[in-house]
Design a protein around this ligand. Structure first.
Ligand code: RB5
Length: 146
């Protein structure tokens, strides 16, 4: 199951991406918001990231104005490797090399078709393991030392 969440800037894009994932056959748990009234991205990021960290959801997509706030906040949750992307190469590599479990992007930065390309690139990629697993383990060790 995928988790999805957004602040007030990402309501319309969230609906499009949610349907896009469902059309791929995925079950999507929508953590909101449905409102275009100003909301606080850290609250949504924490809830969505917790759903991934706990294992309830496999991966997540977070949308705010830039994707930056969502990614910073999500990365505060232990076990989360969130990335903020605006082009598909980084989205693909973030799965293949970094095993990113949360993809963030900005509704004020990219258009609908680019967002779908990012989702495709990330969704279709597989973590390559090997030397990349060693490096992911090193990243997670940083977390343990905090
Ligand atoms: C909201 O104005 C904006 O700050 C938020 O959507 C996001 O871009 C933060 O990183």
């Amino acid at each position: 199951m995928y988790a999805i969440g957004n602040d007030h800037t990402g309501v319309a894009l969230k609906e499009i991406i949610k349907k896009y994932l469902e059309d791929k056959g995925e079950t999507v748990k929508d953590f909101g918001t449905e409102s275009t009234t100003a909301s606080n991205y850290p609250e949504i990021a924490e809830t969505v990231a917790n759903s991934v960290a706990s294992g309830e959801c496999e991966r997540a997509i977070l949308i705010c104005g830039t994707g930056v706030g969502m990614s910073i906040a999500a990365n505060k949750v232990k076990g989360i490797r969130a990335v903020c992307c605006s082009e598909p190469f980084s989205a693909k590599m973030s799965k293949e090399h970094n095993d990113a479990n949360v993809l963030c992007f900005g509704a004020r930065v990219i258009g609908t078709e680019m967002a779908k390309m990012l989702v495709d690139a990330w969704y279709d990629a597989d973590f390559q393991g090997g030397r990349h697993q060693t490096r992911v383990d090193m990243m997670m060790d940083i977390e343990k030392r905090q």
